[in-house]
Design a protein around this ligand. Structure first.
Ligand SMILES: *Cc1c(COP(=O)(O)O)cnc(C)c1O
Length: 389
């Protein structure tokens, strides 16, 4: 185990390593799948799914990616303050109080419906917009079957329409019902675009694919593929991650220091609520990571595991806010100061984010995007200092 006392604070307690080489690889792999005329528009919302939005977007800038999407105007503003270039599309609602951010930071705002278009018009300054269209998800956007109100947005004085887009909500499978629904969404979108062009509207960019759309339905085309989860090398589920394992590489690893190791005598308890009781002599390690860092409490009592010295160590008792205990009875080398791999590889063993997500009863997207701000994000290239010896 390389001892790493040299970088206190950075790799002191618990941290996330962001492998920029893996990100480059995934961007290239996804670019190779793009239909003609389509470009990547990476989704870097929620701190780039927990990876750190500014370093990720700046690396993508370096690779020639010039378009991004985020969830909120504040996220867009932060990217700009962090030196990110190119177009930044705000996918979600923005409160009128935040409209000044759109012009100050040259963001592109999604017009989510008619009343919103009216409010944005009232801000009195020209704003760049894309029009969000609902083709079946029933979340945000103008109904695709009514072109009138959409055409109306093009006539608004302060709204500079640069694109029209929709979101597929069942593209993660190719099962018959989902496939029929997805193709129906795409067809409704295509008809709308045709209708708007027929009315003389300059629609600009059109886009509908996100990660699963690009991977499962690349022929649906468009100007952009708004890729999030796939860019980070994961599928939403363990099965999908497995399916794409030859195409995509995981970008993020999470590591946590072993703070302390102790041995329980048979019958002794460990943790809150006496949730664990040792049946035999049991060696446990206390890790410096907890649910406040995004290691879900649902991984308690053996549901989750970490890696130490290339072997799995299951969670003992309840995950705490700042600590987690794991069973290291079978890992005699384990000692205080070790960097346990919470997500990532150590030797032959790997824990993918999708495995941990499944164990926690959720999808990879949620697990990654909830990784907490206490984990410092450390950009690395290729294999990092620890994890695989
Ligand atoms: C988050 C988001 C995306 C990216 O989705 P992934 O499945 O992670 O690729 C694309 N489009 C919209 C509208 C989104 O909200």
């Amino acid at each position: 185990m390389p001892e790493d006392g040299k970088t206190p604070g950075r790799m002191g307690r618990a941290w996330a390593e962001v492998d920029l080489d893996a990100l480059d690889h995934n961007a290239a792999a996804l670019r190779a799948l793009l239909p003609p005329g389509c470009q990547l528009m990476p989704a870097v919302k929620a701190e780039a799914y927990g990876h750190g939005a500014i370093p990720v977007a700046r690396e993508l800038n370096r690779l020639g990616v010039d378009d991004f999407c985020v969830a909120t105007a504040e996220e867009g503003a932060r990217l700009r303050r962090g030196g990110v270039r190119g177009d930044i599309l705000v996918l979600g609602y923005t409160h009128p109080g935040d409209f000044p951010l759109l012009t100050r930071y040259d963001l592109v705002q999604t017009v989510v419906d008619g009343p919103f278009a009216g409010a944005l018009e009232e801000c009195g300054k020209p704003v760049r917009v894309h029009i969000g269209v609902d083709t079946g998800m029933r979340r945000l956007g103008f109904p695709a079957e009514e072109p009138g109100p959409i055409a109306g947005v093009f006539r608004r004085k302060n709204l500079r329409v640069e694109g029209v887009f929709t979101h597929l909500c069942a593209a993660d499978t190719c099962l018959p019902r989902d496939r029929a629904f997805t193709l129906g969404q795409a067809e409704a979108f295509r008809r709308l675009i045709e209708e708007l062009e027929g009315r003389g509207c300059a629609v600009g960019k059109t886009h509908l694919l996100s990660s699963y759309g690009l991977l499962n339905y690349p022929r649906l085309g468009g100007s952009y593929a708004r890729v999030g989860i796939a860019l980070y090398g994961e599928g939403s589920t363990r099965a999908d991650t497995e399916r794409w394992k030859d195409l995509l590489r995981p970008v993020l690893s999470v590591k946590a220091r072993v703070a302390s190791v102790r041995t329980l005598r048979p019958g002794e308890y460990a943790g809150y609520g006496l949730a664990f009781q040792a049946r035999e002599e049991t060696r446990i390690a206390a890790l410096s990571i907890g649910y406040a860092d995004g290691f879900p409490r649902s991984l308690s009592n053996g549901a989750g595991r970490v890696l130490l010295h290339g072997r799995g160590a299951p969670v003992v008792g309840r995950v705490c806010m700042d600590q987690t205990m794991v069973d290291v009875s079978h890992i005699p080398q384990a000692r205080a100061g070790d960097a346990a791999v919470v997500i990532g590889s150590w030797g032959e063993e790997t824990i993918r984010a999708s495995e941990t997500a499944e164990a926690a009863g959720t999808i990879t997207n949620e697990l990654l995007s909830r990784l907490g701000p206490r984990l410092e994000r450390i950009p690395v290239r290729g294999q990092s200092f620890s994890g695989s010896l």
